[in-house]
Design a protein around this ligand. Structure first.
Ligand code: HEC
Length: 123
């Protein structure tokens, strides 16, 4: 199921089907990450901007306008976090200063990182 949303988009493009964003996404996305496995990649690849806590207060955060933002907000869906991380900020209508990680992280690792971030909400 991990490749599902990308496959879905590719199909939509190839066949010229018009698929609304909600149809292509909401039913389709299922977070499958392991929060423990996501901690290390988060700290290595994300914390410089987003902070060790995910709160948007990493050492590089002040260099960005708009700032990296708080990743622990309850209204941030797992799917949005996954898409922003895999495809970059622009994929969710945000700034390109949020890099795409699709070349440096597997979908599986991105699932893990998102699961880790969600696990931080309760702490
Ligand atoms: C070079 C700095 C930088 C790094 C590294 C970085 N981000 Fe970001 N990120 C940003 C910035 C800046 C934004 C805000 C963009 C905006 O608001 O337009 C952002 C936004 C986001 C968002 C969207 C939040 C929202 O409000 O929808 C998510 C999710 C996210 N980052 C996750 C990650 C994850 C996970 C990693 C590590 C794999 C990561 N980021 C690494 C700078 C960074």
């Amino acid at each position: 199921m991990k490749r599902s949303s990308r496959t879905f988009h590719a199909l939509g493009l190839a066949t010229g089907l018009v698929i609304s964003a909600s149809a292509a996404t909401a039913d389709d996305f299922e977070l499958q990450g392991d929060p423990e496995a996501g901690k290390q990649p988060y700290l290595q690849q994300c914390a410089s901007c987003h902070g060790n806590s995910g709160g948007g207060d990493g050492p590089a955060a002040r260099a960005f306008d708009p700032p990296p933002g708080d990743l622990l907000r309850e209204d941030l869906s797992a799917e949005r976090m996954f898409t922003a991380t895999r495809d970059g900020g622009m994929a969710v209508g945000l700034a390109a200063t949020m890099p795409a990680f699709n070349r440096s992280m597997s979908d599986e690792t991105i699932h893990d990182v998102v699961a880790y971030l969600i696990s931080l909400r309760d702490e």
